[in-house]
Design a protein around this ligand. Structure first.
Ligand code: F6P
Length: 505
């Protein structure tokens, strides 16, 4: 008997129907069919996938694949708080943090959020003394979300000046020290496990910095954000300053938990909640919409079409908004750590590529650096543009107009191309792009934007039959680093020589 999932993939492998320009010429309703909006609160986000090669036929084939892959059941499990991370036997609790999920998970999340609100407001009210700066120490998912959200939302209004430090390279922490007054600095130690070497090393140095600079009770200036409060207590943090979150919340999905404290401290509790509410509107859209009308699922259809059918090895994201300059970094972890896998949930080898390599930058800068390859290079790179209709700046409106015009011009140029008798001056065109256009980049919109990508990543994984919620691939390097530190191992000749050369052998 044939496997319905591989039959669905086979159907998708048929030859491309037409070029993008031909697809537009054939169907006057193409933009309408392949664009959609999600209301995020006061505004909305437009998702325009019409400049991809998705067609009615491909969408129908992908819908058949979703059915064969049991997508609806996996999605039900996600929102029901059932196990969707089988290798670790865990649910994935990020939507519950936004109030969307099964009753018990949502109630637990709300209780923890209430505790977080109390501490955030107490800090704003001076309960821990004057707090002008926060050094937020964490790495990976314990840093990338807060860094993105603070950079996007707290540029001119920060109630507390936040510095996110992730790298164990002491230069990173020293830079934060230079910008902060130790007498009015709070340290947040953000680690789901509370064991990560980089974070614990930085946290110890931050405490030493406070002590060296005359702070009488350095550990009284520390808050801990973790799924392992016992470890934080052991490390010396007072229980009243520990904000826990559930084990079911994955590191790269943890911005919505207490890991979001720097965001709440910088923008205030109400705006933090607005960010959660914006994410919840996407949760409801994703949970309640079927087939191609589900915009996260539709985006995954296009992702998989390019990665698996057309062989695109990368996908590029360009934020035409300085406030989103950290979005590509954030998406790299979300997409590559979630879906960079080589086995399916049942342990068998995948027979096609999984996550493409996510990369990107900001427009217009990237146009003058990497767009040459996108327009005329030999790689197929689906490009995503992210922009906001309302400007973030207060300068001459010309700035924002030029920014947006350039954004739209790039998508048009990638698609249309241009013929020339001179091969060096001709553009092949037919290069796909998608555009995410926000009305305004307010907290709700940012939350919605991030949640859209979380669910898109989940949908990709569901269609490929892989588990997006574990990350065992990061462990081996950590183990070897430990062995080196303990001086207990023999390694390959190259590594041994490098260790010798650095005086570590
Ligand atoms: O090494 C990868 C990773 O486990 C990420 O998944 C995680 O976000 C990061 O490390 C930090 O982990 P923790 O929050 O436990 O310090």
């Amino acid at each position: 008997m044939s496997d319905p999932r591989s039959d669905a993939w086979q159907a998708l492998k048929r030859a491309p129907e037409a070029t993008l320009s031909e697809l537009f010429a054939r169907d006057p309703r193409r933009v309408e069919k392949l664009s959609g909006r999600i209301e995020t609160g006061e505004g909305s986000i437009l998702f325009d996938w019409s400049k991809t090669h998705l067609t009615d036929a491909l969408l129908a084939d992908f819908e058949a694949l979703a059915k064969a892959a049991g997508f609806a059941e996996l999605r039900r499990k996600l929102f029901a708080g059932e196990v969707v991370n089988p290798t670790e036997g865990r649910a994935a609790g990020h939507a519950a943090l936004r109030g969307v999920g099964d009753e018990a998970s949502v109630a637990d999340a709300m209780a923890l959020a209430a505790r977080m609100k109390l501490l955030v407001e107490a800090i704003h009210d001076g309960a821990l003394g004057e707090v002008n700066h926060l050094i937020h120490i964490g790495i990976g998912g314990s840093a990338l979300g807060p860094a993105l959200a603070v950079d996007a939302l707290a540029r001119d209004i920060a109630l507390v000046d936040v510095h996110v430090v992730s790298n164990v390279d002491g230069l990173a922490l020293e830079e934060a020290f230079r910008a902060c007054d130790p007498a009015t600095t709070l340290i947040a130690v953000a680690s789901k496990t509370f064991t990560t070497t980089e974070t614990m090393t930085n946290a110890a140095s931050a405490l030493a910095w406070l002590a060296d600079n005359g702070v009488a009770d350095p550990s009284g200036r520390v808050i801990a954000l973790t799924a392992h409060p016992d470890k934080a207590v052991e490390w010396g943090v007072d229980e009243t300053r520990i904000l826990p979150f559930a084990e079911s919340v994955g590191g790269r999905y943890s911005l919505w938990s207490s890991i979001g404290v720097p965001v709440a401290l910088a923008v205030g509790w109400d705006d933090f909640v607005a960010m959660l509410d914006g994410a919840a509107s996407v949760d409801r859209h994703f949970r309640d919409t079927d087939g191609r009308a589900n915009l996260c699922l539709r985006a995954a259809f296009a992702d998989l079409y390019y990665a698996r059918i057309r062989g695109a090895e990368t996908r590029a994201v360009f934020a035409y908004d300085e406030r989103l300059r950290l979005l590509p970094d954030y998406l790299q972890q979300l997409e590559m750590e979630s879906n960079g896998k080589r086995v399916t949930v049942d342990g068998s080898r995948v027979d096609a590529p999984t996550a493409p390599i996510t990369w990107g930058g900001v427009g217009t800068d990237a146009q003058h650096a990497v767009f040459q390859l996108l327009h005329q290079g030999t790689h197929l790179v689906p490009v995503e543009f992210v922009a906001s209709v309302a400007p973030g700046d207060n300068l001459d409106p010309a700035h924002h107009r030029i920014l947006l015009m350039n954004c739209f011009a790039q998508g048009a140029a990638l698609m249309a191309g241009k013929a020339s008798g001179d091969p060096a001056r001709s553009y092949p065109g037919d290069r796909p792009s998608s555009t995410i256009l926000c009305d305004d980049l307010d907290p709700a919109t940012l939350g919605a934007l991030i949640a859209f990508h979380e669910h898109r990543t989940f949908a990709n994984a569901a269609l490929m039959g892989i588990n997006p919620f574990d990350q065992f691939g990061v462990e081996l390097g950590k183990e070897i680093a430990k062995k080196i530190e303990q001086g207990g191992g023999r390694f390959d000749a190259s590594t041994e020589a490098l260790l010798q050369a650095a005086g570590l052998g």
